[in-house]
Design a binder for this molecule. Structure first.
Ligand code: GZL
Length: 341
């Protein structure tokens, strides 16, 4: 791809010289945006990253991981587009990357469906697509090279198993347990997997009653609104499952505004996903019972994949990141010292 790009730039320069126009006077229409930014784009691997948005602490850490990895002094030029949680923005970004003749496209798809056409365009342009974090469902599996992310269903099962064991320890193994769930963005891999994984454990607990699930779109603001609705609608909620930390922070605000409490000594058990630093602080304040980690530091794994592809080596189609779960009874101070997000 880089050779082809050099040829195009050379042809444009020759055309400009022949018609006596200087670069400044008649910049060719489809100048590659970055050709003025970097000395010689052929010395760099140009990567286009279509990110979901900036909706959560997890997302900010994930973006920083890519910015820290795909630096110019590391041999990369990163074109970064924040999709602002809209699929149409991500599709536009991918089309722009194709126009810019990037070497690789990294996509973190906000939802799993609706990508066939634009990924077909990337394939036709000969640009490999690497999925990071969330997955796509497409007719033609060859539309993306590989996916790096979390086993979301296992994350959901970890949460369900932890709750089952915790209630047993509390002597509530046979009590009726009334649960509400704040889901992530509907149709996103994280939401689908976490909901299905938790459901697998729920199905085996006849005394658990899932009152309602509603999406808080992974944001604090919507998480608070959904929790306010749950508190107005249901008496005696025993467990609140939040499919990410920022919705959990919104739920805590709503619970406390209603004069109730959550956490190990609270009126209700609060469970979350992501395990960002701010969630550890909520566990230290006694507001959150448990958090299932979802590692956002995917930049280095994606870079390793690109290096392999550059060497013409095969890469695994699916690559899971290492993850754990943490609860309020652990040495959170000690754990926090070693965490980077
Ligand atoms: C999970 C990621 C989710 C996080 C949320 O891999 O897609 O999106 O759990 C983020 O915090 O918004």
């Amino acid at each position: 791809m880089r050779m082809r790009r050099a040829w195009i730039i050379g042809l444009l320069a020759l055309t400009a010289a022949l018609c006596g126009c200087t670069k400044q006077q008649e910049e060719p229409e489809d100048t590659l945006l970055y050709e003025d930014e970097i000395e010689d784009s052929d010395d760099y691997i140009v990567v286009g990253f279509a990110q979901v948005g900036s909706e959560s602490d997890w997302r900010l850490a994930n973006t920083q991981s890519f910015r820290d990895t795909f630096r110019e002094d590391n041999g990369y030029y990163l074109l970064f587009e924040d999709g602002q949680q809209k699929q149409e923005n991500q599709i536009k970004a991918i089309r722009n990357f194709i126009l810019q003749e990037v070497d690789y496209i990294i996509l973190d798809p906000i939802v799993e469906t609706g990508w066939d056409a634009v990924l077909q365009e990337a394939k036709a342009a000969g640009i490999p697509v690497i999925l990071s974090d969330r997955l796509v469902v497409v007719e033609d599996e060859s539309l993306y090279t590989c996916w790096v992310g979390s086993d979301f269903e296992e994350e959901g099962r970890i949460a369900g198993r932890w709750l089952r064991d915790y209630l047993e320890d509390q002597g509530r193994g046979s009590d009726e347990i009334r649960i509400v769930t704040l889901q992530g963005t509907l149709g996103s891999s994280a939401q689908i997997g976490r909901t299905e994984g938790f459901d697998e454990i729920l199905a085996a607990q006849g005394n658990w009653n899932m009152l309602e699930r509603m999406s808080g779109d992974f944001t604090l603001t919507k998480g608070r609104e959904v929790m306010e609705y749950f508190l107005d609608t249901y008496e005696d909620i025993d467990v609140v499952v939040c499919e990410n930390d920022n919705m959990a922070f919104g739920a805590i605000e709503a619970i406390q505004d209603a004069g109730k409490t959550c956490g190990p000594d609270g009126d209700m058990i609060l469970i979350s996903f992501d395990a960002a630093k701010s969630a550890f602080e909520a566990m230290q304040r006694g507001e959150l019972n448990m958090d299932v980690e979802c590692n956002p530091l995917l930049g280095p794994m994606v870079e390793e994949i690109i290096q392999k592809l550059e060497r013409g080596e095969d890469v695994d189609r699916v690559q899971y990141v290492e993850e754990k779960c943490f609860d309020a009874f652990m040495d959170l101070e000690g754990i926090l010292e070693s965490r980077t997000y």
